[in-house]
Design a protein around this ligand. Structure first.
Ligand SMILES: NC(=O)c1ccc[n+]([C@@H]2O[C@H](COP(=O)([O-])OP(=O)(O)OC[C@H]3O[C@@H](n4cnc5c(N)ncnc54)[C@H](OP(=O)(O)O)[C@@H]3O)[C@@H](O)[C@H]2O)c1
Length: 318
């Protein structure tokens, strides 16, 4: 009897899921960037553009006519992505440069070469990221999440900010996450040497993205350069590669996740939407303004993080 009830309930759930699938998919897909803005003559730099959300962002912006440069730690993977984009978008101008955000020497070498090669930079998308990796350090001894997701992009932006200002109006888009809600900046142990939790380290780095954006926006007021952060949604990508549990969950519930193309919409929106031309220091999700956790709104924490980041990177950025 119980088995029969179980089979009936299961069948009803499956039937409902199948019937509701198109509606569930539409809900999961989230916001779409409706802007038809063209980017002919514009130069775009995307970190980690060889896969996932970054690759789809690159494809979208290339289709709008931009010259898109993918900054990837593996040139081989980058070239494969560029070839794929060219095969899908006729006339796409996509190039690849080597950049390892886990090594400040690589970031400096990249920027030095980049500044020689291009005269303008209109859109910088700080997209690359790592999640839940085992405890590792970058070449400079920074905890990997903090090093790649925050400090690497902090240094890259510092090195390119002059070019962005000279190219104004220009935009910076930082791909953060809803995970910033669960993070806090552990100033007493930024590199998690005392204790390490890979999930919390990711959350800390994504909170750092939000705080960086708010402080940078304040400093860029009146410069013609805007900077906003993004939560792309929960997206089927390689981000979960370091966590077996997360990989399993992402596979099981893949129908509830955005495709990378859907996940790229808010990055594209922040990069091109006409109505955002002077909007800066905000956080977006599904192509609309999104909630920022209280710890992401603290001016004091943002300034402290800015100063500590400068110290760690050995730079002065007023
Ligand atoms: N997927 C989601 O559900 C989700 C949710 C919220 C936020 N996000 C954020 O979205 C962004 C893109 O993630 P994704 O989902 O597209 O993940 P992904 O498919 O894993 O892409 C991450 C990209 O970052 C690159 N990368 C990692 N370490 C790097 C380094 N040291 N130097 C240069 N590039 C490096 C990767 O290069 P390799 O291919 O060579 O490893 C890859 O191109 C990340 O910032 C992530 O935190 C994603």
């Amino acid at each position: 009897m119980y088995l029969l009830i179980l089979i009936i309930v299961f069948s009803v759930v499956v039937l409902l899921s199948v019937l509701m699938a198109p509606y569930i998919r539409k809900y999961v897909a989230g916001g779409v960037c409706l802007s038809q803005a063209r980017l002919s003559g514009k130069i775009v730099l995307i970190t980690g553009g060889n896969t996932g959300i970054g690759k789809e962002t690159a494809r979208n912006l290339a289709a709008r006519g931009a010259r898109v440069i993918l900054a990837c730690r593996s040139v081989e993977k980058g070239e494969a992505a560029a070839a794929e984009i060219r095969s899908k978008v006729s006339g796409a101008q996509v190039e690849v440069r080597e950049l390892d955000l886990a090594d400040t020497c690589s970031i400096r070498a990249f920027a030095q070469q980049f500044l020689k090669e291009v005269s303008h930079l209109h859109i910088l998308i700080s997209n690359a990221g790592v999640m839940m990796c085992p405890y590792t350090k970058t070449a400079d001894g920074f905890e990997m999440h903090l090093g790649v997701n925050h400090l690497g992009h902090f240094l890259l932006t510092y090195l390119l900010i002059g070019l962005l200002k000279r190219s104004a109006p220009s935009r910076i888009v930082v791909v953060s996450s809803l995970a910033h809600n669960f993070g806090w900046i552990r100033f007493h142990d930024l590199h998690s040497q005392g204790s390490y939790n890979s999930g919390l380290a990711y959350c800390q780095s994504k909170l750092a993205n939000v705080l960086f954006v708010r402080e940078l926006a304040r400093r860029l007021e009146g410069s013609g350069v805007t900077v906003n952060s993004v939560h792309p949604g929960t997206v089927r990508s390689e981000l979960v590669r370091h966590s077996t549990v997360m990989s399993l969950l992402f596979t099981l519930f893949s129908f509830l996740l955005k495709t990378p193309e859907e996940g790229a919409q808010t990055s594209v929106y922040c990069a091109v939407a006409e109505e955002l031309h002077s909007v800066s220091g905000k956080h977006f999700s599904d192509c609309t303004p999104a909630f920022v956790a209280p710890q992401g709104r603290s001016v004091k924490t943002a300034r402290q993080l800015w100063n500590v980041s400068c110290e760690l990177l050995g730079i002065e950025w007023d």
